[in-house]
Design a protein around this ligand. Structure first.
Ligand code: DGT
Ligand code: MG
Length: 376
């Protein structure tokens, strides 16, 4: 890097929520490699190591230039010796041997496969791996007890592995809005997650639902689910009820949430403005009977009371690392506890209301970042 860039580097702040991180950056080879090491560490239960790799990855994502030599990372926060070794190898040889060995290892490959199933976390995948499970067919053949979520995940595995495009996400949005509006016409629905940060593809579609009148939200999610179900759009769903008992200083999320798998008809592209059900009626029987004239898409629906909406929006927009850093900054620097319900000042012992994301950043003394700049 040039001298100018080097001067910038020394000013890079330590917390990811203090930096702009856009989707595109110039060191993807290196961040991809470090992300593999972060994932591998989490598969091995080393959360601290995983976090260390995630932090160095995130710092490199906001660098405004392509790394040329180790000199460029000398003064970067969170860039320790291990990270430097990886960078040096990639700069010199194009690959890092440690990363290649991880990618080739049976444990990494199996854990990656198993954790990619909807409903399977690191804990379960690890247990299965220790019991000898290596492939999806191992799981299907076994008389293993699977949760309903995992059975649905396996059933729709191939579809759910494919990326969801923005066009597909917008179709789902149209459907979700119709379902909700048939009960509450002025309901507010926002697409959150990666799509709100500007990603063109995602692994799922996330929505946040609210209304100025809290009564309007009572029972709304259940009704919308029944609407979707009655029209054949729901392949799977489970609802996590709203939990009122969450502690004000905890980061635990208690919003009413529906985790679902929605079926997207293949004909949607040609009938964007039509009522999907009308189209279905008009299809001839041979078309209807082809086994796969739809694809499965993961959809999360979250309901937040209006008073908590800004916090829920901020919390569900991500990225995951950005959220983690925002909570760490709140706690370590501001002595405040941030969740997707609110912000609690641990010294003044009070909740801080916010009518917009901008107000949340202001409470934290942070410059406002647009969703596009939260791709940490
Ligand atoms: P994607 O879907 O892989 O393209 O990427 P994202 O960034 O949309 O990731 P996703 O869908 O897993 O999560 C979206 C954001 O929502 C993520 O940054 C953190 C947040 N989030 C996900 N699950 C939960 C949850 O159970 N509780 C809370 N509070 N936030 C969650
Ligand atoms: Mg998402």
């Amino acid at each position: 890097g040039s001298t100018e860039s080097f001067d910038n580097v020394t000013q890079i702040p330590s917390y990811a929520c203090q930096r702009r991180t856009s989707l595109l950056h110039q060191n993807k080879e290196i961040t991809d490699a470090l992300e593999i090491l972060a994932l591998s560490a989490s598969f091995q239960g080393s959360e601290a190591r995983s976090l260390a790799f995630a932090r160095s990855t995130s710092v490199l994502k906001c660098l405004p230039f392509k790394l040329q030599s180790l000199q460029d990372v000398k003064d970067l926060p969170w860039c320790g010796n291990h990270c430097k070794r990886v960078i040096q190898e990639i700069l010199e040889d194009g690959v890092c041997m440690e990363v290649e060995l991880v990618k080739d290892s049976e444990q990494y490959q199996s854990m990656k496969l198993l954790t990619s199933i909807f409903g399977v976390g690191v804990h379960t995948a690890k247990k299965w791996y220790q019991e000898g499970v290596r492939s999806l067919s191992d799981l299907n053949n076994n008389k293993r007890k699977l949760t309903a979520e995992q059975r649905a995940g396996l059933l729709h595995y191939k579809d759910l592995q494919q990326h969801v495009t923005r066009e597909e996400a917008e179709w789902v949005e149209h459907l979700v809005v119709r379902a909700l509006q048939s009960y509450v016409p002025d309901v507010q629905v926002t697409m959150t997650g990666g799509f709100r940060r500007g990603k063109e593809v995602g692994h799922d579609v996330d929505f946040l639902i609210t209304h100025p009148k809290e009564e309007a939200l009572n029972g709304l999610l259940k009704k919308a689910i029944s609407w979707l179900e009655s029209k054949g759009y729901l392949l799977y769903h489970h609802v996590k009820a709203r939990s009122q008992s969450f502690s004000k200083s905890s980061t635990m999320d208690g919003h009413e949430t529906c985790y679902s798998i929605v079926s997207l008809p293949n004909y949607y592209k040609h009938n964007w403005d039509c009522e999907a059900e009308e189209t279905l009626k008009n299809l001839d029987n041979s078309e209807k009977e082809t086994s796969h004239n739809w694809r499965a898409i993961r959809v999360d629906l979250v309901v937040a009371p209006y008073s908590e909406y800004s916090y829920a929006l901020l919390g569900w927009t991500g990225s995951k690392h950005f959220e983690r850093e925002l909570r760490r900054y709140s706690f370590e620097v501001k002595k405040m506890s941030l969740s997707s319900h609110g912000l609690f000042d641990n010294e003044k012992k009070c909740l801080l209301p916010a009518a917009s994301e901008e107000e949340v950043f202001a409470h934290l003394g942070l410059p406002f970042l647009l969703p596009f700049d939260r791709n940490a």
